[in-house]
Design a protein around this ligand. Sequence first.
Ligand SMILES: [Fe+2]
Length: 395
Amino acid sequence: MSSKFYHPLFRVYTFHSPTRVVFGVNALDRLVEELKKFDPKTALIVSGKNVCKTEGYSKISKMISSVCPVMEFNEVSPEPGSSLVTKLAEKASEAKPSLVIGIGGGSSLDMAKVASVAAANEKDPLSYFKGEPITKRGPPVVTIPTLSGTGSEVTPISVVVDKGKKLALSHPFLYPSLAVVDPTLSVTASPHSTASAGIDALCHAMESFMSLDSTPITESLAFEAMSLSDEYLERAYSNGEDIEARAGLSLASLLAGMAFLNTGLCLAHGIAYTFAVKCNLPHGVSVAVAEPYVLEFNAPAIPDKLDVMAAAFGIDTEGASPAETGNAIAMRLTEIMDTLNLPLGLEELGLDEKDLEPMVDDLINNYSRFLVKNPRKPSREDLVKLYQRMFEGYW
Ligand SMILES: [Fe+2]
């Protein structure tokens, strides 16, 4: 990492990441002994329709069954909606598990956290996404990701879609107690899923690094996550069985998750929320479409950070202005997106120019929380210009 130290010397900061992590190729071999530490009476597995048919899933469920009786909820779909949340909550409050285990991509892990909340709290689980306080801590949550990207394995965050809007719940009771991250579980993920989840991890790292709340601790994590994504994302996409690349991506997802749960995310995640549902886009893809433009917009506000970010991508910035460095990083990001066959602009997604201003208003009215940590505050006019560039697909 760059030797440049640009934080005020007497700044005091905190860092929190309470999830116990067991990481590595064949980490699953430790699952039984780790689960026994919870001394569970019953476990509820929360997973998706496709994942539950895999060999990996049956291996894991057998291991869990050797520890305690198991109940299963295998109906999680990507971008879960309110009806799924209600169904899952019914199952969790009936079952009253002493442990909840999420197996799958980010949505399954997010829903495992909801199951834990629903097992201990009586109100409609969707109400907690709308500000109702959670009063009781639910059973511990164990996360076993089968796809790298969201960082949900370590974050206290859950996201659902309700009436076309994304609602996020972040609460200390949602922190997973244990994450077992075994990269071998992700080798069967399709190239498209690998790309859309993997690019999310890279964007988390970039936004965490740019965040006003970044610290030397989170920047170290985010730097490593950017560097790993730069090296391994395209490799994992081209050859899913490249275990070194899978391990690199799994680590990138984990580190980026640990970074952004402390710093929050920036403008690109907010922008993505204004078109992801409408365009039926996987979360990571929607964020990636916005990221190069946000980087370009933020560049003048973060000259020192840009030099370090560029180093994570192996870009030489000797003598370059902040705008040139921002451009160089944005170009590398779009090069990665191109390799992964991801869209590079809003027009490509079938949106119309007249949709842009309503999206800007949607961002300001519903997702302004993503503006709080952004290092440069955009005016409405700035946002209209930014959306215009995203529409044209400048990069
Ligand atoms: Fe994300």
